[in-house]
Design a protein around this ligand. Structure first.
Ligand code: ADP
Ligand code: ADP
Length: 228
C-alpha cells in the first residue's frame, strides 16, 4: 500500500537525505524505521504524507503517486494518513475534544456523528474523562494519547509516527505502544521511526534501518541493531 520506487530526496541546501530507496509496505504491516541521527528517518516519514516531495522517483499510496496530488487536495490526502509527532503538535487553545473534532472532515458529519467519533477514539486512548481539558493541563503521555486519537479519528488506513515516544518516560512509552498495537490490530498500517532499542527488541516487528540516506537492512521481526 505504501511504495517508494527509486526515491531520492535532496534538500535545497544540497544535502541528499535519501537515495536509492525502494520499499514496499503492505496493508496491515507494523514497521519500525531505525538508524542514527541524521540518517534520513524523518525525511522518509515526511515523504509518506507529502510534507516533502522526492527529488527523484515516486511515492505511491494505494497505487497513487502522491507527488501528483494537487495542492488543494493535500488536506484530503492527509486525512487518510494519521500522523503522530514526537512533540504532539496539539493546538494549545483548544480542548482535547476540540483538538480531535478539528481533525474531522466535518462537512459530511452530523454533530451527533462527530461527537460519537470523537468520544469513541477518546475511549480507545482512555481519556474520555479529560475531554474538556486543555493540552497544558495534561501529562506528556496524555498529550501523546490525544494526538494519537486525533490521528486515527478519520479511520485512516495508515498511521505514521516520528519518534512518538521520544519525549516520554519508559513506562508511558509502553502505554503508547499498547495503543499503537491496538490500532494496528484493527487493520491500520503503522510506520514508526524510533530510537527506542527496548521497544524494537521487545515488540518484534519489521525493521527498516536507514544509514547515510540508504536502506541498509529490512527484516521481519528485526532487531534495533544499534547501541541505545
Ligand atoms: P533523521 O530523522 O534520521 O535524524 P533527517 O531525515 O531529519 O534524519 O535528516 C537527514 C539529513 O537531511 C540530515 O543531514 C539533515 O541535516 C538533512 N535535512 C533534514 N531536513 C532538512 C531540511 N529541511 N533542509 C535541509 N536539510 C535537511
Ligand atoms: P460518557 O459517554 O462516558 O458518559 P460523555 O459523552 O458524557 O461520556 O462525555 C465524556 C466527557 O467529554 C465529559 O467530560 C463531557 O463533558 C465531555 N464532552 C462531551 N462532549 C463534549 C463537547 N462537545 N465539547 C467538550 N467536551 C465534551
Amino acid at each position: 500500500m505504501i511504495e517508494m520506487k527509486g526515491v531520492q530526496k535532496t534538500y535545497r541546501n544540497g544535502v541528499t537525505a535519501l537515495q536509492g530507496i525502494d520499499i514496499n509496505i503492505e496493508q496491515g504491516e507494523f514497521v519500525y524505521v531505525v538508524g542514527p541521527s541524521g540518517a534520513g528517518k524523518s525525511t522518509f516519514i515526511k515523504l509518506m504524507y507529502r510534507e516533502e516531495k522526492p527529488t527523484q522517483g515516486s511515492v505511491l499510496i494505494n497505487g497513487h503517486d502522491i507527488s501528483e496530488v494537487k495542492e488543494k487536495l493535500i488536506p484530503q490526502l492527509r486525512r487518510g494518513i494519521g500522523v503522530v509527532f514526537q512533540d504532539f503538535k496539539l493546538l494549545p487553545s483548544l480542548t482535547v475534544y476540540e483538538n480531535i473534532a478539528f481533525a474531522l472532515e466535518v462537512i459530511e458529519d452530523s454533530p451527533k456523528k462527530i461527537r460519537r467519533k470523537v468520544m469513541d477514539v477518546l475511549d480507545l486512548v482512555q481519556l474520555k474523562n479529560k475531554a474538556r481539558f486543555k493540552p497544558d493541563e495534561l501529562s506528556g503521555g496524555e498529550q501523546q494519547r490525544v494526538s494519537i486519537a486525533r490521528a486515527i479519528v478519520n479511520n485512516p488506513k495508515v498511521m505514521i509516527a516520528d519518534e512518538p515516544t521520544g519525549n516520554l518516560d519508559p513506562e508511558t512509552s509502553w502505554q503508547i505502544m499498547k495503543i499503537f498495537e491496538e490500532v494496528n490490530a484493527r487493520g491500520t498500517t503503522v510506520v514508526m521511526a524510533t530510537h527506542s532499542k527496548d521497544i524494537v527488541n521487545t515488540l518484534k516487528k519489521r525493521v527498516i534501518a536507514i544509514e547515510y540516506g540508504r536502506v541498509v537492512r529490512d527484516e521481519q521481526r528485526g532487531d534495533y541493531g544499534y547501541e541505545a
